[in-house]
Design a binder for this molecule. Structure first.
Ligand code: ATP
Ligand code: MG
Length: 279
């Protein structure tokens, strides 16, 4: 089986097959650009606006969401895969978010046995009754594990900073995913920018390249300024939207969340998938 069809199989069988739940993956080409902070702060801002949000920590590197929110999960997704815990047993509710924790050393989701696929599918399907939106925090780059999560998501939000390497690597993500699914929708979030003008430049750089070489349009979701308040909030293990809601990046996150609400409302979920699935 080719890599592409293996990924489609995963998409159909595991994370991709929830007809009601809307799924967004937050990703980037380059690491350390602010994905996990976007997942947490956007998630909290959306929850405050009455959207039921679940967050899947699918970055199996060192602690991420748990560190940012000051939680210490004793069970995680690896327990689902070993059939030693149910979804309810690993879910953590914090800051109005439902969090599905990962841990370092958790096996890649692109390399599951058939039995594990069924287990994960059976457990994650319960999310349909608990949340309206699932935000998936991925690792950076174009490893099979990341790409399979992007294939499973209804839309992909790419976090890009003004650094050239961040823009070039983000382009690579769009290219690889577009080769597997020409219709996948991408949105850009410009992070760590000085101002709106710099954010527009970031968006123009990547959207021009994507238009020229891949003939694809990108959506611009908004920007978050580079702001010391975010680093300060991390020290308190609190989301900046709660700790410093009036700060520049606190207010940018709120603005961004309003754009996301509008976009999520218009999302058509699993149209193509439904025709291939029984439910
Ligand atoms: N808007 C911002 N203003 C200032 N600093 C920021 C901002 N966003 C992110 N950072 C800095 O970038 C660091 C990395 O952020 P984060 O962990 O969210 O990135 P990531 O893309 O998830 O990283 P990884 O690729 O390792 O998962 C933060 O600890 C913080 O220091
Ligand atoms: Mg991260």
């Amino acid at each position: 089986m080719s890599q592409a069809s293996t990924l489609y199989k995963l998409n159909d069988n595991v994370v991709g097959s929830f007809s009601k739940l809307k799924k967004i993956a937050i990703t980037s080409g380059k690491g350390g650009v602010g994905k996990t902070n976007v997942v947490v702060n956007l998630g909290v801002a959306l929850s405050r606006q009455q959207l039921k949000v679940a967050v899947l920590d699918a970055d199996y590197g060192l602690g991420n969401i748990d560190i940012l929110l000051g939680i210490e999960p004793d069970k995680d997704i690896s327990d689902l895969l070993k059939d030693t815990a149910t979804l309810e047993e690993i879910l953590i509710s914090k800051n109005e978010l439902l969090i599905i924790p990962a841990s370092s050393g958790v096996q890649s989701l692109s390399n599951l046995s058939e039995y594990q696929e069924i287990l994960l599918y059976k457990e994650l399907k319960k999310l349909e009754h608990m949340a309206e939106l699932l935000i998936i925090d991925t690792a950076a780059g174009i490893s099979d594990n990341v790409i399979s999560l992007l294939m499973a998501a209804d839309e992909v939000y790419l976090v890009v900073t003004p650094e050239n390497t961040s823009i070039v690597d983000a382009y690579a993500v769009v290219k690889v995913v577009t080769e597997l699914d020409a219709f996948k929708k991408f949105s850009i979030i410009a992070n760590m920018v000085e101002d709106e003008e710099e954010a527009s430049e970031v968006f123009l750089k990547i959207s021009r390249a994507v238009k020229k070489f891949l003939n694809k349009e990108l959506n611009y979701l908004g920007y978050i300024r580079k702001d010391e308040h975010l680093i300060e909030a991390i020290k308190f293990q609190e989301p900046v939207v709660e700790k410093f809601p009036e700060s520049p990046c606190g207010s940018d996150y709120l603005k961004l969340s309003k754009n996301v609400i509008d976009r999520v409302a218009k999302m058509d979920v699993g149209k193509e998938k439904k025709s291939r699935l029984d439910f």
